[in-house]
Design a protein around this ligand. Sequence first.
Ligand SMILES: Cc1cc2nc3c(=O)[nH]c(=O)nc-3n(C[C@H](O)[C@H](O)[C@H](O)COP(=O)(O)OP(=O)(O)OC[C@H]3O[C@@H](n4cnc5c(N)ncnc54)[C@H](O)[C@@H]3O)c2cc1C
Length: 461
Amino acid sequence: MTVAVVGGGISGLVVAWRLRSRGRDAVLLETTSRLGGAVGTRAQRGFLLETGPNSFLDREPAMRELASALNLEHRIRAADGAAKRRYVYTRGKLRSVPASPPAFLKSDILPFGAKLRVMGELFSGRAAPGVDESLADFGRRHLGATATRVLLDAVQTGIFAGDVEKLSVGATFPPLVKLEREHRSLLLGAIQAQKAQKARAKALPAGSTGPKLSGALSTFEGGLGTLIDALGTALGDAARTGATVEGLTRGDDGWRLAVSERGQRSELKASSVVLAAPAYVTRGLLEPLDAELAARVGGIDYAPIAVVHLGFDAGTTPAPDGFGFLVPPMEKRRLLGAIHASTVFPFRVEAGRVLYTCMVGGATRPDLVALDEAELVALAREELKALAGVTATPTLTEVFRWKRGIPQYNLGHLERMDGVDRALTRLPGLHLAGNAYKGVGLNDCIRNGLALADALVDAGA
Ligand SMILES: Cc1cc2nc3c(=O)[nH]c(=O)nc-3n(C[C@H](O)[C@H](O)[C@H](O)COP(=O)(O)OP(=O)(O)OC[C@H]3O[C@@H](n4cnc5c(N)ncnc54)[C@H](O)[C@@H]3O)c2cc1C
């Protein structure tokens, strides 16, 4: 019998694709008319616009493995060298983020006293064992209040668009907690890790070409939609769009899904089910099966986010330097940040054009995502003018709005996940996938999706 995968975002696509490439029968059901969920690329009047995510870091073997199996490796495009620098808006202007400890000491990113406090990190202690600490508390212990509000909050904004006081450090940045556990000080830990990496590189046999992963910020030729298109093509008829899963029941011979597809209701029988829809949809499907599990899953918050693209004709505004900038919430501005999309990936625009991708909303300004499109464009233009001095009139504007955009791994998330995993043992053959649980990045979704599919095949599910 087949495995049914509910939800055709990157997570569901990867699970269904891997199951089928390993010889299992799998069908994917996606409620909207297109595959990809948050991921998608639209070509519009000489600009390639991303609907949600812009890039991934080429440091995840699972992403490379997937790209290679789909014959897309040669279409991976690394960010332009000009995108190396990153900026943070703080104390009235954009300031470059230093890339090394000596550069940090010379930089003006933090006031002098706050820089001294960061150096004091060397003397930080460990957290009490078993404490689920907020990212803000963790940051204040290690880096001090100012660096936490300026730098750490900016970093999390770029990934989670969250509230630094609510996010759990263990759930959002597990490597930081590991560094603290193993080395006490993050700085000492980072130095040790760098030494170990150098030693490993030295130990590589002569002539070895080293690891294939570039570590660079990357996308695909044609944008991230290229990956979705390739997965869709590989799945063929096994990926059904316009198919909404409305109910799920368990019988003696497996699972039954109530599917509504282009006005027709039908029942699909499956030996196993992978729920890869957002948590708030999954909650509804789980409710009749296990109220406790449904409540745990349904308790995961989402931050809304609007993506506002502003495209400029050649010669109307200078090409901005660097990847883009982030705005820490303490600045009380209306922009979370902006990506200099045409600097990062010049092939995404026709020659000389400039594309800014602005992010608005997040956990700290959810109200802004409810503005209408014209208001969001006006807001993005006003903020770009105030923060980055962009005064030209864009020739292209496009808004993509995600009312429940990014899952928030707030305090209690890890405990919630333990409870979810325990509850799932009561429902054999039912599995969860997707960005709500164990990683929000594309790399996380792909790594977790492949691992789940492999586990299902290996268990003979
Ligand atoms: C604005 C934005 C910017 C981002 N930037 C980056 C970035 O630069 N780099 C990065 O690594 N990550 C980024 N992310 C995160 C990453 O894009 C997401 O975490 C990831 O794409 C989520 O994939 P998913 O498949 O888990 O969920 P989704 O993409 O949400 O897919 C879930 C799917 O389930 C479908 N569905 C819902 N209900 C049903 C139903 N009843 N029946 C059938 N199907 C259903 C939905 O239509 C949807 O297609 C960004 C996210 C957003 C929103």
